[in-house]
Design a protein around this ligand. Structure first.
Ligand code: NAP
Length: 248
């Protein structure tokens, strides 16, 4: 752990931190001085990312956020090895896209259980410790699709819209305990999740973005760092779109 930086002394849990947006978030929180714990289903990939972060004491662990008991176990292990989680970033997410009439029940359930129930599992597991400390920060990564809807993504959009209601409810419930909860709604960010859009789709997407470019993972990571830190101490229950102007 670094002894300088605005997040020095914080223990940050970043779900889905093994690649894409989560990996950039883990890096930016580590640069700010936090001890970072990266989790993903692939524990080796999580450990590799944690090992490459600046500073010391970072950890990588396997955890499927849709498994409530696995989340409780990992949060306990973090408390033993690094201290209680004081900053939680719910970033793990999946897509199982299809038009509604072709969407299988399994695809609906899988997306809900990772994107929405996963956040419920992690917040529930860390809240007791945060309440005891009378401080804590939760940041949920939702999506502009949760605000606008998207053809072919009814399951994903519903899970991300659910996260918005969840964020605001947690913020209201825990504000008096010193815990802040906000959400970030990324637009289209260049990661594995958006890699197979195809050149044509990417071009027309780009044309729909006022700033004229897709986002990079670092565009989201910087905003997480801001919301996690003391500059955002009076902000809770907000959904911040980071999307080059798609939603305004
Ligand atoms: P990504 O490149 O596909 O990475 C997803 C991460 O989540 C991986 O680390 C993955 O690791 C992990 N993950 C998936 N299922 C998990 C589970 N059940 N338990 C724990 N970890 C799990 O995705 P991304 O583009 O970086 O997206 C990150 C977040 O931003 C997601 O919530 C996504 O919905 C949101 N978002 C992305 C965009 C975009 O344009 N890319 C836009 C808006 C919102 P394992 O596979 O090893 O588990």
């Amino acid at each position: 752990m670094s002894d300088v930086g605005e997040l020095s002394g914080e223990v940050a849990l970043v779900t889905g931190g093994s690649r894409g947006i989560g990996r950039a978030i883990a890096r930016s929180l580590a640069e700010a001085g936090a001890t970072v714990v990266v989790v993903a289903r692939n524990g080796d990939a999580a450990a590799e990312v944690a090992g490459a972060l600046p500073g010391e004491g970072h950890l990588g662990m396997a955890c499927d956020v849709s498994d409530a008991q696995a989340v409780v176990d990992v949060v306990r292990r973090i408390a033993d090895e690094a201290g209680p989680v004081s900053l939680l970033v719910n970033n793990a997410g999946i897509t199982r896209d299809n038009l509604l009439l072709r969407m299988k029940e399994d695809d609906w359930d899988a997306v809900m259980s990772v994107n929405l129930k996963g956040a419920y599992n992690t917040v529930k597991a860390v809240t007791k410790g945060m309440m005891k400390a009378r401080s804590g920060v939760v940041i949920n990564i939702t999506s502009v699709v949760g605000l606008m809807g998207n053809a072919g993504q009814a399951n994903y959009a519903a899970s991300k819209a659910g996260l918005v209601g969840f964020t605001k409810s947690v913020a209201r419930e825990l504000a008096s305990r010193g815990i802040r909860c906000n959400a970030i709604a990324p637009g289209y960010i260049r990661t594995d999740m958006t890699a197979d859009l195809g050149d044509g789709a990417t071009d027309s997407l780009q044309a729909s973005i006022p700033m004229g470019r897709l986002g990079e993972p670092e565009d989201i990571a910087g905003v997480v760092r801001f919301l996690a830190g003391p500059s955002a101490r009076y902000i809770t229950g907000q959904v911040l779109a980071v999307d080059g102007g798609m939603v305004m």
